[in-house]
Design a protein around this ligand. Structure first.
Ligand code: BTN
Length: 266
């Protein structure tokens, strides 16, 4: 097994926001799970749960997130948004932009965002984001949101498992350079900067600049009927805008589109 990647003192020194409460673990089932438990017990905004390894890392749509020790970053930030629950759809796109910017700042690499919130590098998925939240009992607000981010820094020694090896990739293989703590801190710095004024959606342009598959033909379902259109960009609520065959614009807020016979976006 490779050594630990995160140095808590380094992480703290790179963080611009000093009110982050870091809890670093050797191994957890899932940093999102622990963050939710701690949020339920009253943890404040700014609690950052980091694990060197996850035994049951969670992905979107009930999938798992492969989280071996020594090759990736797995962390979750607890948020207590004071804006309306309707605006919580902005958190994952803001996080996607923050990850892309941090990767650029720290490693000089250009990444792309696959709608809604996967980060790709060199055609392979290197990062996934999973937000989980609890609605507050009596207002249109969130009691808490946990923002979970997983990043493949290096290719695991025994490669990625068969189920994901065609899609999963890593940011680099220069393992002699220790940048993990710096990258994690930079992601938090970039995210919290956007989060301060998140409802302005000032990061929309940056999101769209990095949007993958722009101009590509995709299939989508409308009332059960398969249609074809071309990806334009996303709007300010991060709905995917598609140019339809008759020149109109269709907005997709969730669901699935496909390119040819391949599942392209979920
Ligand atoms: C996806 O690609 O579907 C989202 C993956 C999110 C993975 C991260 S790793 C840290 C945090 N804890 C989890 O259990 N999941 C998220």
């Amino acid at each position: 097994m490779m050594g630990n990647l995160i140095n808590e003192d380094d992480l703290r020194s790179f963080l611009k926001y000093k009110n982050i409460d870091i809890k670093l673990f050797e191994s957890l089932e899932s940093t999102n799970k622990t963050a939710k438990e701690m949020a339920e017990s009253g943890a404040n905004e700014g609690l950052l749960i980091v694990a060197e390894h996850q035994s049951n890392g969670r992905g979107r749509l009930g999938r798992s997130f492969y989280s071996p020790q020594g090759t990736g970053l797995y962390f979750t930030l607890v948020l207590r948004p004071d804006f309306s629950a309707d605006d919580c759809c902005l958190i994952t796109p803001a996080a996607a932009v923050a990850v892309s910017k941090a990767v650029k700042n720290v490693l000089g690499l250009e990444t792309q965002i696959k709608w809604v919130n996967d980060i790709f590098y060199s055609g392979k998925k290197v990062c996934g984001i999973l937000c989980e939240s609890k609605l507050s009992a009596n207002e249109n607000k969130m009691d808490y949101v946990v923002l979970g981010i997983g990043i493949n820094l290096y290719t695991p020694k025994n490669e990625f498992p068969d189920e994901i090896k065609n899609i999963a990739g890593a940011l680099t293989n220069k393992i002699e350079v220790d940048f993990a703590s710096k990258l994690l801190a930079e992601i938090i710095n970039e995210f919290l900067f956007l989060y301060e004024n998140i409802t302005d959606v000032s990061f929309l342009t940056e999101y769209n600049q990095r949007l993958m598959l722009k101009g590509k033909e995709v299939d989508y379902l409308e009332k059960g009927i398969k249609k074809t259109g071309k990806i334009i960009d996303t709007d300010e609520r991060f709905r995917l805008r598609i140019e339809t065959a008759d020149g109109g614009i269709k907005k997709l807020s969730s669901g699935e589109i496909t390119i040819g016979s391949h599942k392209a976006i979920k």
